[in-house]
Design a protein around this ligand. Structure first.
Ligand SMILES: Cc1ncc(COP(=O)(O)O)c(C=O)c1O
Length: 366
């Protein structure tokens, strides 16, 4: 059987022909406040899909998170609350602004931020909370928003992994002040590198448009500190076609995830589960188990790209160990979780093979 990677872009001729058009026209990028025509098309598709008034395209999910914090004026002396169980970009954007990261624990049932622990870790210096919709699971936005409102905190959703996940029919990225998405190569849709911020706040959207373009509104007059965080027209051309396919992509992911759940039920494994109000995008199908490392080794040895996100929680890396963190569920998760491929190029045969391999591996050990 051919290798089954953990992620794979879902491309066809349409992406190629859209990129060709950009190359033929020669407008590779656009440094105006509003951006190029493809960038504007992607922004329009994203704000409609997510259900916010505005969307601003940037050149990565990291850039989106960074610009969101800059737009809120976060810096030295401010504390930003975030999980340690996430991709390290979520924390890196905090320290590069000069602010201090404060690590909040996760819930064991879905690996997203624990609102009780959030409440405990708020101090008078807390300014922003960044819930992460990890694996496409949805952080408890009702409670997190409530706690944030009570404590005058801004909410920046890290929706880099959750494009298409909904709670009560509402898309992730539309609950907080801003939602940050990634179009990195492994993500639900991709432009290679890319990112988007969604928001209902026009003032923030305008600030982000300036921040992505050196802080310029027009001409050569710099209004606020900014960088070059622009999405290219080539990336936007790819993202536009990917957005046209997003519903289909989500359907196939759901079908694969449901099939895996049917086949893995009954084993000594914690399976991912949506509750009645949530719909995951199934970016990753993440299980938890005792013999995680043994099963990973076996799956990898037969070409199945099962991967651990994340073996090292951020607070255990060299840079972040100085901040300290009491996050027992995070440490448990780092030792037990394993993500399986369910992307659109995973066939029914592949799903059977993944499930059979896990069954056989556990069968011989349980
Ligand atoms: C949870 C999370 N946050 C932030 C990022 C950063 O996104 P990017 O790689 O597009 O910069 C990613 C993806 O890589 C992610 O998974």
């Amino acid at each position: 059987m051919k290798k089954i990677p953990i992620g794979k872009p879902f491309f066809d001729k349409r992406e190629i022909s859209e990129v060709r058009k950009v190359l033929e026209e020669g407008n590779l990028t656009n440094s105006s406040f509003k951006g190029g025509s493809k960038v504007r098309e992607v922004e329009s598709m994203m704000h409609k899909f997510v259900g916010t008034k505005h969307a601003v395209a940037l050149n990565s999910g990291t850039a989106a998170l960074h610009a969101a914090l800059l737009a809120l004026g976060i810096g030295k002396g401010d504390e930003v609350l975030l999980p340690s169980f996430t991709f390290l970009a979520t924390a890196n954007v905090v320290v590069v602004t000069g602010a201090t990261p404060v690590f909040v624990d996760i819930k064991k049932d879905d690996y997203t931020m624990d609102p009780d622990d959030l409440e405990e870790k708020i101090t008078e210096n807390s300014k922003v909370v960044i819930p992460v919709h990890l694996y496409g699971h949805i952080a408890d936005m009702r409670r997190i928003k409530n706690i944030a409102d009570k404590n005058f905190l801004h909410v920046v959703e890290d929706a880099c992994q959750s494009l298409g996940s909904t709670f009560n029919g509402k898309q992730t990225g539309s609950f907080g002040d801003m939602g940050c998405f990634s179009f990195y190569a492994s993500k639900v849709i991709t432009s290679g590198e890319g990112g988007v911020i969604t928001t209902n706040n026009k003032e923030l959207a305008d600030r982000i448009r300036m921040i992505r373009n050196h802080g310029i509104l027009e001409g050569y007059d710099i209004k606020i500190p900014g960088l070059n965080l622009r999405m290219t027209e080539i990336c936007a051309a790819i993202a536009k076609i990917q957005m046209e396919k997003v519903k289909k992509i989500l359907q196939i992911r759901r079908k694969n995830a449901n099939a895996l759940t049917r086949m893995l039920e009954g084993l000594d494994i914690t399976l991912p589960k949506e509750d009645n109000n949530s719909n995951y995008n199934w970016y990753l199908y993440t299980i938890a188990m005792k013999n995680r490392d043994m099963v990973t080794k076996k799956l990898n040895s037969v070409g199945i790209g099962a991967t651990v996100y994340y073996k090292t929680p951020i607070h255990k890396t060299s840079l972040y160990s100085i901040y300290g963190a009491s996050v027992p569920n995070t440490e448990w998760a780092a030792d037990h979780v394993l993500s399986l491929p369910v992307h659109p190029s995973v066939s029914v045969k592949n799903v059977n093979y993944i499930a059979d391999t896990i069954r056989k591996t556990l069968g011989s050990k349980q």
